[in-house]
Design a protein around this ligand. Structure first.
Ligand code: ATP
Ligand code: MG
Length: 378
């Protein structure tokens, strides 16, 4: 019989008195993903899934907190039966060299890990021709875990690691259609932060397809998080007002400040305690330290920028792994590419920007945008 053995981050098991809090959230998240058919059993330091369908394996690998999964052959705690099952397991695999690694979680089992490894290794050598043991660099490592039952496996499939989603509070992510912000969202969600997305849409300057693209990104993130709530905020009126009443080179920075303020209002409404962006230091004019200082000054919540110290190449690598890259590079315009000043300020001064904003009805514009949001649950 096959069962799915799920290993989870040691960060969770090392949480002391809070361990159960994290484990319970992890189990809830896995249950939500695997459907009603499959049965989940909690073992010490492991989660076992029975009666699962093929697609469950990939789904569980995407749950944050899961280190990885293995399809295990399950046998009774009987040395002869274990050896027999191990031989059968290995007969189905192509290999020249192997080693056996046993974990005896049940200390009442008569053989210790080393003795059991020897016993199993001997049985494999005796029953399969043309193979040998290599403890340093084997083709196959056969894992045997002695728990309530005995789990035998050799193919460990890595998961995402991290902490269970929703175990670390809630934040609002400014989600554009670009490469960076979905990666920022992935990274924070992986640390357990529940993410609410906010997308600023400049209809009709940005097309319906640009919005669809952001929804696709939200869906991709939801493969990891289980669900994703996205606010679509109409942004055209604000941009038009800025273009009309402010200096051209301050356009981007003032626009960013509006984005932050609106996101903060949504965060308050949602009970979120932080904002997050995909900014990386020095990447573009609006991401210099001075610019970040000025955009940050308009809000009081912490603003998380998980990509701040990363190069574009590193960010793109993660985007490819996560699966957002191919969506992000679709060529639809976003609100910032349309309204870009020719020479944006790279070293804005807070006082000057605040002065420029006096020409605008900031409060009214924000309220107006907020009263016209569209909420999409994916
Ligand atoms: P991204 O790849 O995430 O679009 P970027 O490198 O293009 O980032 P900017 O366009 O300067 O950088 O945007 C910086 C950050 O501001 C983005 O990472 C995102 O968090 C936020 N942002 C920009 N445009 C939007 C938008 N239309 N809706 C929501 N957030 C946005
Ligand atoms: Mg962008």
């Amino acid at each position: 019989m096959k069962k799915l053995l799920v290993k989870y981050s040691s960060e969770i098991t090392l949480k002391g008195l809070n361990r159960k809090y994290f484990e319970d959230i992890l189990i809830k998240n896995i249950k939500q993903r695997i459907g009603k058919e499959a049965k989940l059993i909690k073992e010490s330091g492991r989660i076992i899934i029975e009666n699962y369908s093929e697609d469950v394996i990939d789904k569980v690998r995407k749950v944050f907190g899961v280190l990885g999964v293995a399809e295990a052959t399950v046998v009774e705690k009987d040395v002869e039966k274990i050896a027999l099952a191990a031989v059968e397991h290995m007969k189905n695999i192509e290999f020249k060299t192997f080693k056996v690694e046993c974990k005896r979680q049940d200390k009442s089992f008569p053989l210790n890990s080393l003795e059991l490894s020897r016993k199993i290794g001997g049985a494999i050598l005796k029953n399969i021709k043309g193979i040998s043991v290599d403890v340093h660099n084997p083709d196959v490592t056969l894992m045997v875990e002695v728990r309530n039952e005995v789990y035998i496996y050799s193919n460990f499939l890595e998961g995402q690691g991290g902490m269970p989603y929703k175990s670390a509070g809630k934040g609002v992510l400014l989600l554009s259609g670009g490469i960076d912000s979905p990666v920022a969202g992935y990274m924070l969600a992986k640390r357990g932060l529940e993410i609410i997305g906010v997308y600023y849409h400049s209809h009709p300057y940005t097309s319906e397809r640009a919005k669809e693209k952001v929804i696709s990104l939200a869906k991709k993130l939801a493969e990891y998080t289980g669900s994703f709530k996205l606010y679509v905020v109409p942004f055209t009126k604000i941009q038009m007002e800025i273009i009309e009443k402010c200096r051209e080179d301050e356009l981007t920075i003032i626009m960013r400040r509006f984005m932050m303020s609106i996101a903060e209002e949504i965060a308050k409404k949602e009970g979120a305690l932080c904002l997050a962006t995909g900014e990386s230091l020095g990447q573009v004019a609006s991401q210099t330290l001075e610019s970040m200082f000025v955009t940050n000054s308009v809000v009081s919540m912490p603003v998380f920028r998980p990509l701040v110290g990363m190069d574009k190449v590193e960010i793109m690598d993660i985007a490819r792994k996560v699966g957002t890259y191919d969506i992000s590079i679709l060529p639809y315009e976003d609100c910032c590419t349309i309204f870009v000043p020719k020479h944006p300020k790279t070293r804005p001064k807070l006082e000057n920007i605040q002065k420029s904003e006096e020409a605008l009805d900031v409060k009214g514009l924000i309220e107006d945008a907020l009263s016209n949001v569209e909420i999409i649950n994916v």
